[in-house]
Write a protein that binds this ligand. Structure first.
Ligand code: CA
Length: 232
């Protein structure tokens, strides 16, 4: 059992969340307006998770998150109808840990809750977005956006495929054979050098110092390992 706080003004969604989260055995408290959640922000440390709607009457979810962060590091999962990459970045900047666009799949929400509260490997989820250093990757649009400069870069289909495979195996070594098999498919025959070049490009894009990679590690004669600390 974990303690969850739901801040959502739409009664149907709030009731649905309360019902299903309680069904999962969790203890749930809910707010229907932004102002009272904002006023109580200093007490949110008593929860294990906060599910926070972005568009709320009174005070927005983003402002509430900022207020919660003054007092605690409780995981915050944003729920919002505004699902653009820019909105996700705005949520992250305010200290959110995850972001789910409405309408959402209940099963996915429950999995994300597990990830945020139990520290289970996020690789069970096909993340929509991940944060690598100062950059956000959106797997749906292939975009990489720099948090600070808002500079945008679009990855190729192969690059996004490679990144997805590495992310699904985060913290584990993925062999060159597996990469060739899954990203390039059986009918194509790129050399190992091709993969190396793709990795070099990813390093150029994401690493502070591509020669001292923090995220994309070469594992001699085997393959590559991707490590990341900030997951969405
Ligand atoms: Ca709303």
């Amino acid at each position: 059992m974990i303690k969850i706080c739901v801040v959502e003004d739409e009664a149907s969604i709030r009731e649905m969340l309360l019902f299903n989260l309680e069904l999962e055995g969790h203890k749930v408290n809910a707010y229907s307006n932004g102002k009272s959640a904002f006023d109580d922000a200093s007490e949110f440390q008593k929860y294990d998770l906060v599910i926070l709607d972005v568009m709320l009457p009174g005070v927005s979810g983003l402002t509430i998150c900022e207020e919660i962060r003054k007092y605690s590091n409780v995981p915050v999962l944003f729920l919002s109808a505004k699902g653009t990459t820019q909105d996700k970045i705005a949520g992250l900047k305010k200290g959110g840990n995850d972001y789910l666009s409405k309408p959402f799949d209940l099963e996915e929400l429950l999995l994300r809750i597990k990830v945020l509260t139990e520290g289970i490997m996020p690789s069970v989820l096909d993340n929509e977005c991940i944060k690598i250093g100062k950059k956000l990757v959106d797997f749906a649009t292939f975009e990489v956006i720099d948090h600070l400069s808002n500079e945008k870069h679009v990855l190729s289909k192969k690059e996004i495929g490679l990144l997805k495979l590495l992310n699904q195996n985060e913290g584990k070594v993925v062999s060159r054979d597996e990469i060739l098999d899954k990203v390039w498919g059986k009918d194509q025959f790129p050399t190992s050098r091709t993969i190396d070049n793709y990795i070099l490009n990813l390093r150029k894009l994401f690493e502070k110092d591509p020669k001292q990679p923090e995220f994309f590690h070469s594992i001699r004669s085997v393959g590559y390992k991707f490590t990341i600390s900030d997951k969405l």
